[in-house]
Design a protein around this ligand. Structure first.
Ligand SMILES: Cc1cc2nc3c(=O)[nH]c(=O)nc-3n(C[C@H](O)[C@H](O)[C@H](O)COP(=O)(O)O)c2cc1C
Length: 255
């Protein structure tokens, strides 16, 4: 066969395609394990960030040693018993889509705009001398362009914010993307997100919180030019702190 014939060209192209696809597939398969472990490490880092326990350069695994992870049943708020669900293989995002492990959210209650959620969720606790010091909750919900995923850390009273972080979203940089602004995130610290009876009371305003407002303790400045993202953040926090989210779990901690 001549090298410059049509058949020769097609043969070379076909062989090249097969070789390349084998290389790409082999690389993807061999990296899968590392991708999975990086995903877990990144999740741990974000939990630590929300809890204010992470500084750049710190070793995540070492710091995460002080964090307890529990899988809870959202409807009852109780910690899942051994053998009920395997926490090692439970993935809340996959579970939400699963007919067995997920539930459809009543549209009237679906403040976060997520339609479905897993029956179970992880909570993370940081203790000091046995007593709970921080409760870190995974929260997510719709903004303008995307679903925002984050962690909200509460102090031991289950009402006061210790920290917040969003680790995944596709909001516009400079507008909704300001959810990542460290100054804005710092403004959450000390705010009350649940009242004495456990009802979610957080408001993300359109504009700034007035220093004279006696209710300022449960209000956060809105992100300018990003009212929809701001409203999304308010709604997702309201949802996850409410009776359909972590409300039952937090009530058990209250008692
Ligand atoms: C290119 C572009 C990107 C935008 N990105 C966002 C965004 O990420 N979040 C958001 O709430 N609004 C975003 N907006 C603005 C919204 O369309 C809407 O006008 C705004 O949320 C209203 O808020 P405001 O009353 O604070 O301006 C964007 C607008 C444009 C033109």
């Amino acid at each position: 066969m001549r090298h410059d014939s049509v058949l020769g060209t097609l043969t070379v192209a076909a062989v090249l395609c097969i070789v390349c696809s084998v290389i790409v597939s082999a690389t993807a398969v061999s990296l899968r394990e590392r991708q999975e472990s990086n995903k877990v490490l990144e999740m741990k880092r974000n939990v630590l960030v929300a809890a204010g326990l992470f500084e750049e350069g710190d070793t995540v695994e070492e710091l995460f040693g002080q964090v307890e992870r529990h899988l809870i049943d959202l409807s009852s708020g109780r910690v899942v018993e051994d053998g009920e669900v395997d926490p090692e293989s439970y993935d809340p995002r996959t579970a939400a889509k699963d007919p067995e492990l997920g539930v459809e959210i009543d549209p009237e209650k679906d403040l976060a705009g997520i339609k479905r959620r897993g029956k179970y969720a992880f909570v993370y606790l940081v203790r000091k001398d046995e007593a709970i010091e921080q409760i870190i909750l995974p929260v997510y919900g719709k903004g303008l362009w995307s679903t925002l995923y984050g962690f909200l850390s509460l102090r031991r009273d289950g009402r006061t914010v210790s920290g917040i972080t969003f680790y995944e979203h596709k909001e516009t940089p400079g507008l909704g993307g300001e959810v990542d602004n460290p100054v804005w995130k710092a403004s959450w610290s000390g705010k009350q997100v649940r009242d004495e009876s456990g009802r979610p009371i957080l408001e993300v305003l359109r504009g700034s919180v007035s220093a004279e407002d006696p209710q300022a303790f449960h209000k956060i400045d809105g992100l300018s030019g990003a009212t929809i993202t701001s409203r999304g953040v308010q709604n997702l926090i309201q949802y996850w702190l409410g009776s359909d989210g972590f409300g039952p779990y937090l009530e058990q901690l209250d008692r």
